[in-house]
Design a protein around this ligand. Structure first.
Ligand code: GAL
Length: 669
């Protein structure tokens, strides 16, 4: 991983390796098969605390010494975990107050994983001690390429409601607000007799008789993300003090299943971003959500290359119906991540477990063994990654950005809102899908990001927006940009207080519309627009002030009112979409807007709609066009250059067969 990772040339390839689950004689076979598959990086020791420290203060490193030596002699680099992801049972029994607590006051038990309260000073001290032991032991080991702090911090325990968390929450609030009056003001505690007389009266938002104060909930989300980040920082700093030159990261969960951690505040804390990504087996177009998550990772990592730390070769075991991947999908999925800026593709896990909760999870080496279709695909993927290794270090540049904000996600999905059908990822993913089908590459940026590189900025469901960020968006448009804003945006400030004077509050003056009242629809109800489109979930009484009306509601509670508008503001323009357009209408609208704002696509909309994914990575030495055919038909694309996958020169119309991939080093670069 050029520039990011020691000891790995080109792209990283491998997965979580858990040799402690297997007899010693299996390790030799592991290493032999890893070499044959082109594995050059494995993550070791992630869940090893109970074997590394079987009793308080008694360390057992000999087995890990042997694993590290074996890997080093095979030329396989190690992403070494500090081992803190799951404290051993003895720890939890000795310090039961470190076990996390649910919102209803249930204390969680021993026997699973990650059973600790992120705010627990006892846990933190023990984790830092183990980290120090591991770092001292392996600081000079030739296999050590990087440190893997903990594992998916907060995956199961991000929000802990125990008394220790409550005390930490109070300190966090005191640091934020300074005095209790400021907190009362921000939380709107004049409502329902919630005024606090002292800090001591404040707790975590445990289950209560009715709706819980929304700002308390919002601050608790912020606090919980920060508490998890503090876990990371403490362990990272312990590593850094011993090995200042070894890169350190932790695996993020930038994906549809993870809402609880605000990675915009985490990204600058890691030496490079590493992500875990799993497909939703229920989503027939999961490869598009994958692309969204990968684009998000790249954007969070300041557009620089990042590392795919985990994904699956086939089915997972933790969804309702764990659908296996079609032949070739492992290769396509890995290549999509790499196309979008990953400098490596790793899996959970190398060898499928025989026992334990994840024994039905796919792996690089399945239960059937090396002589299996799945493993052959793993070997093929390893060979492809070696052939395309020169793309490492190159970057992806986009001209379109989607604005994404975890705080807006938390806030919009709080209870007691106009409609439970307004969810954060809904319009985000719908817009992204539309852009994907146009062959357009998109960044996913925070509302505070520099928007000047973009020709088009889309703002889906930005319910919560600060005045500063609203101003930034306005300046972007006034300066000549094109923006699209969807309904239920600009409604509240950072304290979840409504911007008064009409919706969409903070954005209203430059959107050129004014909304007096929302008219959400009943479940399953639809409305028609005067251009023939259908929509559901949301309508509202929009009036235009300066905007032009593009389409109107033809029926429903907002009949005759504008549904889609366009306002010229300064040198730019801004669209407003006041309803949840059906997929075809949304795609058509995005096509028009992308065209009018002069955004170029990498391939034609026809090719993309047929299922071809196309992304360009470029660096000082040239550009690489990734082509991945997710569809059932061959798709032709104009390209000149050399396909690193098939090792052949291509020219003119290049045909990508269904399920196939190509990575073309472009001729004119
Ligand atoms: C991740 C985790 C891995 C494994 C994997 C299964 O959340 O980091 O340890 O559990 O999921 O999909």
């Amino acid at each position: 991983m050029t520039g990011l990772l020691r000891r790995v040339d080109g792209l990283a390839y491998g997965g979580d390796y858990n040799p402690e689950q297997w007899d010693r004689n299996v390790w030799d076979e592991d290493v032999r098969l890893m070499q044959a598959a082109g594995v050059n990086l494995v993550s070791v020791g992630i869940f090893s605390w109970s074997v590394l420290e079987p009793a308080p203060g008694r360390y057992e490193f000999r087995w890990l010494d042997e694993v590290m030596d074996l890997l080093a002699s095979a030329g396989i680099a190690v992403d070494l975990a500090n081992g803190t992801a799951s404290p051993p049972p003895w720890f939890s029994y000795r310090y039961p107050e470190t076990l996390p607590m649910l919102q209803d006051g249930t204390r969680l038990s021993v026997g699973s994983r990650q059973a600790y309260c992120p705010s627990s000073p006892i846990f933190r001290e023990a984790a830092v001690t183990l980290t120090g032991e591991v770092a001292e032991r392996y600081k000079d080991h030739p296999a050590l390429a990087m440190w893997h702090v903990s594992n998916e911090i907060g995956c199961h325990n991000a929000r802990c409601y125990c008394d220790v968390s409550a005390a930490a929450f109070r300190s966090w609030l005191e640091a934020k607000y300074g005095d209790i009056d400021a907190l009362n003001e921000a939380w709107g505690t004049a409502f329902w007799s919630q005024r606090y007389g002292s800090w001591a009266e404040i707790g975590t938002p445990r289950v209560a008789p009715a709706a819980i104060n929304p700002t308390q909930q919002l601050d608790f989300s912020r606090f919980s993300s920060d508490a998890c980040l503090d876990v990371y920082r403490a362990e990272r700093d312990a590593l850094r003090s011993i090995t200042p030159d070894v890169p350190i990261t932790t695996n993020f969960m930038v994906m549809q299943f993870q809402q609880q951690l605000d990675y915009t505040t985490w990204a600058s804390e890691v030496d490079f971003l590493a992500n875990d990504h799993y497909l939703d087996a229920a989503d027939p177009e999961a490869h598009i959500e994958l692309a969204f998550a990968a684009d998000h990772c790249r954007s969070l990592n300041d557009h620089r290359p990042w590392l795919l730390m985990e994904h699956s070769t086939s089915a997972v075991n933790w969804q309702q119906r764990n659908v296996a991947k079609a032949p070739g999908a492992t290769i396509r999925n890995s290549l999509s991540h790499i196309a979008r800026g990953a400098d490596g593709a790793l899996f959970f896990q190398w060898r499928a477990s025989r026992a334990g909760a994840e024994k039905f999870h796919s792996a690089m080496l399945p239960h059937a063994g090396a002589d299996s279709a799945r493993h052959r695909e793993v070997v093929e993927l390893g060979a492809i990654l070696r052939r395309i290794g020169e793309v490492a270090g190159t970057e992806v540049r986009a001209k379109v950005a989607l604005v994404f904000d975890w705080e807006a996600w938390w806030a919009v999905e709080l209870d007691s809102h106009p409609s439970v059908d307004v969810t954060y990822l809904d319009r985000m993913h719908a817009t992204y899908r539309a852009l994907w089908r146009l062959g357009i590459t998109t960044d996913v940026v925070a509302p505070s990001a520099d928007l000047s590189p973009y020709r088009l900025v889309i703002v889906p469901t930005l319910y919560l927006v600060t005045e500063d960020n609203a101003h930034r968006l306005q300046q972007y448009v006034a300066g000549g940009g094109t923006a699209v804003v969807t309904y239920f945006s600009g409604i509240v400030n950072e304290h979840d207080h409504i911007y008064l004077g009409g919706y969409p509050g903070a954005l209203r003056p430059w959107l050129g519309v004014e909304v007096e009242e929302f008219f959400p629809l009943r479940s399953g109800a639809t409305v028609t627009l005067d251009d023939g489109a259908t929509a559901d979930v949301w309508t509202e009484h929009t009036e235009v002030t300066t905007a032009d009306v593009i389409s109107r509601f033809a029926d429903g509670p907002a009949a005759g009112r504008p549904a889609v508008t366009l306002n010229r503001h300064g040198d730019g323009s801004v669209w407003y979409v006041a309803t949840r357009l059906d997929e075809a209408a949304n795609s058509q609208l995005m096509r028009r807007i992308a065209h009018e704002s002069g955004v170029e696509s990498v391939i034609t909309a026809e090719a993309a709609t047929a299922g071809l994914e196309a992304v360009r990575r470029a660096g000082d030495l040239g550009a690489y066009l990734f082509l991945i055919n997710h569809g059932n038909e061959p798709v032709g694309v104009a390209a000149e250059g050399f396909d690193l996958v098939s090792r052949r020169t291509v020219s003119g119309l290049v045909e990508i067969a269904p399920g196939e991939v190509a990575v073309i080093r472009e001729a004119d670069n």
